[in-house]
Ligand binder design. Structure first.
Ligand SMILES: Cc1cc2nc3c(=O)[nH]c(=O)nc-3n(C[C@H](O)[C@H](O)[C@H](O)COP(=O)(O)OP(=O)(O)OC[C@H]3O[C@@H](n4cnc5c(N)ncnc54)[C@H](O)[C@@H]3O)c2cc1C
Length: 383
């Protein structure tokens, strides 16, 4: 007599970034896990700016999904419509999840993230964001690297963590380049962080000779496309002039949630982030979870936050499937951040500590190896 094993519940995870992979893998033993991701590789974008100034890093930050799941599968496709129990992909494939996980993250202007923000993220035409192919994304990074190498003066619009990190990366490779950061805000880094951290970052930027023009927007944006070589002059409303040969946009997180439909659309806030309960269930849902950059669970958006939320989501799905244990709640920690300035510099603040994180610790935590080995392990690739 043949024995038919009981059907395993289907867990569909949308998005194979930091959040998605860390929910998918621990459920592989219990459920039929289907991870949907448009890119052909996991992109460790935390190190994307290092790869811009040194493209030899590209190979290390594009990691295959091949070892992520044993029983489950990764589908290279894009979600165009998702309700609680039906997901439609750009190819026309339909999935019918028992449990659904929204982990589609956010877009950020190239080269900080290697995809395009805005409407292209939900395009039904997979080729319209051709950076889903590793080959195309690497070619674009190499071309942008060549343009940057040929520029004597660089303008960075935005003096948040990405602008500061990019300034540090450029100065580490090309100390002689003129780098200017412009921000409408009166200080670097954004509102959530400590004044002494901002002062330390300003001090290190000044030490490298990077210019800061704060508290005034540009009269008009640069006439050239971001990341392209071409000399231009812009003026801030306060009257400062900057002449540069290339510029990059270092602001603009866009949550990727346009595909939400039916009951799920109700949990999508006007700013695009998805409202969740402390258990990381999508508001009003009992089998749909959201985490990482797309969720409103934590004001701090980070790979670190995604990594702390993932065990809560994976554990709660396990509890629902097995009927054992209570649902866990996610407690957002107080604001903490590390901002590298090149491989050896930077500073940070940690929840619960009065002292700033010194440059040496920032270098150990991120600046030197950009956490590459940690994420390779998460993908099941060892070191
Ligand atoms: C330059 C830079 C440096 C950073 N450094 C740090 C750092 O040092 N520490 C830190 O904690 N954080 C850092 N961050 C923030 C961190 O990268 C994000 O918080 C993190 O990427 C969030 O992970 P996620 O999985 O939620 O989203 P994402 O990483 O954005 O992943 C979402 C995935 O979903 C996919 N997707 C999108 N739309 C769809 C769709 N319609 N269908 C299917 N899949 C889709 C995307 O292709 C992507 O792979 C940095 C960010 C940048 C830009």
């Amino acid at each position: 007599m043949t024995h038919t094993p009981p059907a395993r519940p289907v867990v569909v995870v949308l998005g194979g970034g930091y959040a998605g992979v860390q929910v998918a893998r621990p459920l592989d033993d219990l459920a039929d896990v289907v991870l949907v991701e448009p890119k052909d590789h996991f992109v460790h974008n935390v190190a994307a700016l290092r790869a811009l100034v040194d493209p030899s890093w590209l190979e290390r930050i594009y990691l295959p999904y091949t070892a992520l799941l044993g029983a489950g599968r990764v589908i290279q496709d894009r979600v165009v419509k998702a309700d609680a129990d039906r997901v439609v992909l750009a190819s026309g494939t339909e999935l019918f999840p028992d449990y659904l996980v929204l982990a589609t993250g956010s877009g950020y202007p190239f080269p900080a993230k290697h995809d395009l923000p805005g409407p292209d993220l939900t395009s039904t035409d997979l080729t319209s964001t051709d950076l889903t192919s590793t080959e195309a994304a690497h070619a674009k990074v190499r071309n942008t690297h060549a343009a940057l190498a040929g520029a004597g003066r660089v303008l960075l619009l935005g003096a948040g963590p990405v602008g500061i990190e990019l300034a540090g990366e450029i100065k580490a490779v090309w100390p002689g380049k003129q780098v200017t950061l412009v921000d409408v805000a009166g200080d670097v880094l954004g509102e959530r962080y400590r004044p002494d951290l901002k002062a330390e970052l300003r001090r290190q930027l000044a030490g490298l000779g990077a210019g800061l023009l704060l508290g005034s927007p540009l009269e008009a944006g640069p006439p050239t496309a971001a990341g392209e070589l071409g000399t231009f002059t812009v003026t801030t409303q306060a009257g400062a002039e900057v002449t540069a040969d290339i510029w990059f946009r270092c602001y603009g997180v866009t949550p990727a949630s346009d595909y939400l439909a039916g009951g799920l659309a109700a949990a999508r806030r006007p700013d695009g982030f998805v409202e969740v309960t402390p258990e990381l269930l999508v508001a009003g849902q009992d089998r749909v979870f959201a985490l990482g950059d797309v969720s409103a669970a934590d004001q701090t958006k980070g790979a670190g936050a995604a990594g702390r939320q993932a065990p809560v989501v994976a554990g709660n799905i396990r509890a629902l499937i097995t009927g054992e244990g209570e649902l866990a709640r996610y407690e957002p920690p107080a604001a903490s951040i590390i901002v590298p300035i090149g491989p050896d510099g930077g500073a940070g603040q940690r929840a619960g500590s009065e002292d700033l994180v010194p440059a040496e610790t920032v270098a150990q935590l991120k600046g030197r190896d950009m956490m590459v080995h940690r994420f390779a392990e998460l993908l099941g690739l060892g070191t």
